[in-house]
Design a protein around this ligand. Structure first.
Ligand code: ATP
Length: 436
């Protein structure tokens, strides 16, 4: 059965993945905090992405640019002029909607009032603030609504300092802010979120080749992460959907509990960004190829994924409920071992006779290799269930036999199979299981 969003939200709160922001004050709408397990999961997804996109590729480098940027950046990028959503209010119940997401001739979806919408008005999604103590037009700065621009304005710095040659990429993970009119569906759409973006600089004649390459690579990445293939699909943008900078665009969509939605965009942005930044800054941002002696403005193929949105995707995808032979139900999050918040949990069968000290020592040893968790309370079956529910792929139990022959029980989350392993072989057994 399809998992509901409510089930995910309540599991997230109960087990410490995601909490409502400022909950003790009644909560701040649309902002969320990542709890002890949530931050591990989010960091693991980020690391997985970084490894796949940066570490494993010779021609891609990383960057971490500031959130605040020169205000001209957002004029050049087109955000000051174009980054609007059309907003309407219901005159009866004051509910707020994006005009392009509802039928304005139908009754209000909240209160059912007829002909109750205001005229649509354009609303810029960028958060504005002021740099320094004076609050006037000259001190306005924006919280970046995407990480991409930090890459474009640093493209020459990266190129020169890293001695890169086209084709090459620059990758960045970080916070972005959008004053979204409608935030709903938990962490799917929020005003503060994180993106994982990689901008790939290519010769204009090779744009199609690289667009197709990244489209395929990015889908492959989700498969590698263990996401169910039938829940993923492409959505090609038609001419009316294309953003002002894009020549071709495809979304990777995931079937969330509330339907198919965008997870990531792959865009051919042409030379729009670098040309605009050249024009607005007065700096030459062209590229010179010393082999062909050709000077040109590279085209950019962008892959832009939501990190916080990926957390929701991964949770939805991993969630499973299973009826066991004894009639009990178990909830299990089937995370890929590389992104599971806890990799190995260690339990002593009893909290006495030296089993606990043995288990604690073993857990400490394993910390050098994995994210571990120690639990000595409650029946062993309950402890397994608690780890299943947070997606821990491996559990180790220390029992009386351990004291005799130094073997422990290694239990696999998915099959629930249990095998006896010598304590000296625990690390390699788990490392091997992760690779499989
Ligand atoms: P939409 O049209 O749904 O507002 P978009 O097409 O403008 O989104 P992009 O600008 O392409 O989105 O952003 C790239 C990625 O960043 C998205 O695929 C999504 O994963 C993530 N993202 C964008 N906006 C938000 C948000 N408000 N909350 C969480 N993630 C977001």
């Amino acid at each position: 059965a399809q998992v509901t969003l409510d089930t995910i939200v309540s599991l997230c709160k109960r087990r410490g993945f995601v909490f409502q922001s400022s909950e003790v004050y009644g909560g701040l709408s649309s902002a969320w905090d990542y709890g002890p397990l949530g931050v591990e999961l989010k960091n693991n997804i980020e690391r997985f992405w970084w490894n796949e996109m940066v570490r494993k590729r010779r021609n891609i480098v990383g960057l971490d640019a500031a959130i605040l940027m020169h205000p001209k950046v957002w004029e050049a990028s087109g955000h000051v002029e174009n980054f609007h959503d059309p907003l309407v209010d219901c005159k009866e119940c004051k509910a707020r909607f994006r005009a392009d997401q509802i039928d304005l001739s139908a009754p209000c979806p909240e209160c059912g009032a007829k002909d109750s919408f205001t005229e649509p008005r354009q609303f810029n999604l960028m958060f504005k603030t002021h740099l320094g103590p004076v609050e006037d037009e000259s001190t306005v700065v924006y919280l970046r609504p995407e990480t991409a621009q930090g890459i474009y304005v640093n493209y020459k710095n990266c190129l020169q300092s890293s001695r890169l040659k086209v084709p090459f990429g620059i990758a960045q993970v970080g916070k972005a802010f959008r004053n979204e009119i409608v935030t709903k569906n938990f962490i799917f759409r929020t005003c503060e979120f994180e993106q994982m973006e990689m901008q790939f600089f290519v010769h204009p004649s090779e744009d199609k080749k690289w667009f197709d390459y990244w489209k395929a690579e990015r889908m492959e990445y989700y498969r590698k992460m263990g996401i169910r293939p039938e829940k993923l699909r492409f959505h090609q943008h038609g001419p009316d959907e294309l953003a002002h900078y894009a020549k071709e665009a495809v979304d990777i969509q995931y079937e969330f509990p509330f339907g198919w939605r965008e997870l990531e965009g792959v865009h051919n942005r042409t030379d729009y960004d670098l040309s605009r930044h050249s024009q607005f800054s007065g700096k030459d941002l062209s590229y010179f190829d010393d082999e062909t002696r050709e000077r040109y403005i590279p085209y950019i193929i962008e892959t832009s994924a939501g990190l916080t949105r990926s957390v929701l995707m991964v949770l939805s995808d991993a969630y499973d409920e299973e009826e066991l032979e004894n009639g009990e139900k178990r909830t299990v999050l089937r995370f890929h071992p590389l992104i599971a918040p806890i990799t190995v949990a260690v339990f002593p069968l009893m909290r006495r006779d030296g089993l606990d000290t043995y288990a604690q020592n073993l857990e400490e040893e394993l910390r050098d290799h994995f994210n571990t968790f120690y639990d000595e309370s409650g029946a062993i079956g309950r402890r397994y269930r608690r780890q299943d529910e947070v997606g821990t792929p491996y559990c180790i139990t220390v029992d009386y036999q351990t004291l005799e022959d130094d073997t422990v029980t290694l239990r696999y989350r998915d099959s629930m199979e249990q095998v006896r392993v010598h304590r000296n072989e625990v690390v390699s057994a788990i490392q091997q299981a992760i690779r499989e």
